[in-house]
Structure formats: structure tokens, C-alpha cells
Design a protein around this ligand. Sequence first.
Ligand code: GLC
Ligand code: CA
Length: 537
Amino acid sequence: MKTNWWKKATIYQIYPRSFQDTNADGIGDIKGIIQRLDYLALLGIEAIWLSPVYQSPNEDNGYDISDYEAIGSEYGTMEDMDNLIAEAQKRNIKIIMDLVVNHTSSEHPWFQSALQNPASEYHDFYIWRKGNESEKPNELQSNFGGSAWTFVPTLGEYYFHLHAKEQPDLNWENPVMRQEIYRMMNYWIEKGVGGFRLDVIDLIGKEPDQLITKNGPKLHELLQEMNRNTFGDYDLVTVGETWGATPEIAQLYSDESREELSMVFQFEHINLDKQTGKRKWDIKKLDPKELHQVFSKWQTELAGKGWNSLFWNNHDLPRIISRWGDDEKYRVISGKMLAIYLYFLQGTPYIYQGEEIGMINYPIQTIDEVDDIESRRMYDERINSGYTEEEIIASINAKGRDNARHPMQWDNSEQAGFTKGLPWLPVGNSNEINVEAALNDPNSLFYTYQKLIQLRKEMPIIIEGTFENIPTNDATVLAYIREYQGERVLVVVNFSDLPAHFALGKTRVIKETLIHNYEKEITDELLAYEAYAVSLK
Ligand code: GLC
Ligand code: CA
């Protein structure tokens, strides 16, 4: 296994719209990120995954790019961006760009040219099928609901889009288009970025005529070509968003000898509370043992053959404490349990802004309070198919993407220190939950994250060690052991608000407590959400 910087590093995701506003327009900006770099350095992270800051009409908050080499005016200027890269570098923090190349915005000049002139070379940058208004090329659906095909009457053609119709899919069959994308990536590499997060990258090998969207036959060939033409010769981190990945598929991406990506985001552990394989909106109670099984499988099957990413949260997911912890009485304790469980696994951890202070979901009462395009589309679809308003709002409160997108809570002032104006989405419960309070409290979740990040830098066992699942009697108790060069680390967590039991037994004698979320001695009795990691004799 190669020793790359990103195997020891923890990466922090910033959703720029909601991080820090500096000009009172209610929208976070790049200058705001620069202001907060010292805070991030204190946390100990070594890279920032920056959600899109490119020019965009913001149909999907920046995941619809109209110019890959310009900064959206609400976020600042290219000069600000250059400053951010330089200021971050001074603090040993790299900037990872969000690369959205499955699709562009419909306002991108390529698509505009394709629309206006079918003879233009840009027409073939997108995916078109001849047809008529009444008959779609096939039944493929967009991830945001409705058909994946939109008809353009002036051309007599449909174009393909796996997200909103304002996000037309690029045609990865076209080598000229691919070279344009590689050129653009090299533009960012030359600016000194630390890598890329590749948005819905498992879709680029699609074969729409065969109804194949994910994991298409040419996907890996395309990624190898991208690697050769762009980041392959640099020590950059690349992480692909791959919703349907299994460990076998993740190996294809992240096996070092295949020269594709550093790692992927897989979602098997995140999808566990769906009732069926398809719909993210249906909710089931979490079974901790099932969760542990999924993690164990990924740890075992990627060991030595690929690399894991480790995460609970991102800008598309509800807040983890609200979802699987307790966002009231045990907010901090359960947040620490979730972090301790994750941070001793093999892989690269990703923190989503606010996770380190235990930010929680933001419940709404009516659909008018919703910004997110995905939730709004689902609402329309489900209202039309007979769901009650109440059911739909309950789903949005549990799973909606806005939950993670409310402004970062910096202090307990009026708009939580996020803005001096009116925030684009309202501020949540910042009286109790904010950075200032967390920094002033030595027992806060922030210091647990800081400690875990530090331990990962110091302890090769966390990076290199083998993984062993430890069976437990109680349904809510999860345990594992990492082992490396004769050293062993045991991690035990109680995924429940009820007490539970874990017998250390004779063979597991504690040498040193690395971290523990209660200030008490470790015994065989576990309190609500108790969690610890210890090295063993
Ligand atoms: C990814 C992004 C999500 C976006 C979608 C379309 O899943 O994380 O926010 O809506 O791709 O680009
Ligand atoms: Ca602003």
C-alpha cells in the first residue's frame, strides 16, 4: 500500500452557500471561508472539499455549472479563489474542487449552442434522440422524478438529463468533449488544488438506449483516460460519488494498480433505512447490527484492495445525530458515539460542516419552507399519487437535503454569526449549538473530533491495521478490533439510549484509554450511547 497524504488526513466539506457570509447578502462566500480557516486548522483537518462555487444559475445550488472556469458572483471572484487556495496552503490545508461533469447547466454556452444549432460541434457534447412530442425515447426517469428526456420542439429532438431538465447530461462518448473537460481539470490543477470530488461519477458511462445509467460498460475506461490526462501524475486526492457501489465495484475504482480514483463515497450504510431498494424517502428504524455488518463487509473486502471513505453526513443527507443518535437529551453523547465508531475504521474520514459541533435537523411545517429541488419535486409527485401532506412533510423532515443546508452556527447572536443580513435559509437552534459554545466547553463534541483527527495522524494502526468484527450479545452493542504490528485497539459503542452490556473478558485487558465519551471508568456495563476506544495489552 502506498502512503499518500490523504490516507492519514481528515477532509472537511464546506457547503459555501451556508458557511460564512461577509457582505450581508445572506449567502456564504469565499471570503467567509478564508476568515474561518484558522478554526478549521484548529480542528486539525488537512483538506476542504468545497461544494461548487462556479458560475451557476443555481437551479440545484451550484450542481448546475454554466462556466467551469468562473466563480459565481455570489461567492466572489477568481482572485478570492486564488487567495483561498494560498491562505489554506499556509495552514497546510488543501482545497478539493467539486467536479460536476456528468452534466452542465442548461445555461452553459455549450448547451446554448447545441440548442440553437444542431450543426454546431457542441450539439454532440450532449445526448440527443430524434422523436416527437407524444413519444419519449424510453422510460428512463430522472433522479429528481419525471422523465429523463425533454423535448425541444424547434429541433424535433429530445435531450437526456438524469437530474433536472436544467442539468443536461454530457455525452461522454464524444472525445472532443472529454478533452475539454480534461483541459478544464488541468486549469484547476495548475492553480494548486489538492484534488477533486467527482459528482455522480458512476453515471458517465451510461448507455441510455439500453436503459443503463449507473456503472455503464465504459465507465472505468473513461476514468483511466481521465486519470492519464489530468491528475494521474500528481499526488492529488480523488473521490467519486457512487451511489450504487458494492465493495467489488469500489475495488475497480480504488485499486491503486488500476490508476482510477483514490476512493469512492459508497452509500450502503446510508441507505439502510429505506424500506425498499429504491426510494430514499421511506423510513425504517435502524438496526445497529445491520449497520455494523455493512461496515464490517466494507472494511474486510477493501482491505489491501482499495480504500474506504468514512462519512455520516454531506449536503444531501439529514444530520446524523437526528437520524441515528438522539438530538435532544443525548445530543453530544450520541454525537461522540457516532464519531468514535467511525474514526477508528480504515479509510479517509469526511466531516460535513457543523457535524463537529453536533448540528441537528431543521424541521419544517409546510412545503413553502423548502428550498431543495429534490424535496420539492418529490412533494409534487407524491401529492399527485395520493400521499397526504403530513406524510410527505414527515419524509422531508427525516430525509430532506435542506436539513444539512441551514447556515453554519458560529455563535449565539441573531443570525448565529453567519450573516449580518437575512440568511438564504433560516438559522436553526443556535442558542445552544454553536462554535463559540463548543470551543468554550472542554467536553464538547468539537474536542472529540479534534482528538480523533489527531489520533489518526499519530497512530499507524488506524491507517494500516487489520479489522476484526467482535460479536456481541446485545443487539445495540457494536465492537471491533484493529491490529497492527502486535498492537491492538478495541472499539466498543452502545448504539442506544438504553444501558447495555459488553464483557471485556480475560483476553482483553485495557492498556490505555484512547477516548471515551463518559467521564467514568470502563466496566462491562455501558450507559446510553457509551463509546470508547482502548489499546489492549
Ligand atoms: C450529487 C450532488 C447533489 C446534486 C446531484 C446532481 O448527488 O451531491 O447535491 O443534486 O449530484 O448534480
Ligand atoms: Ca455573501
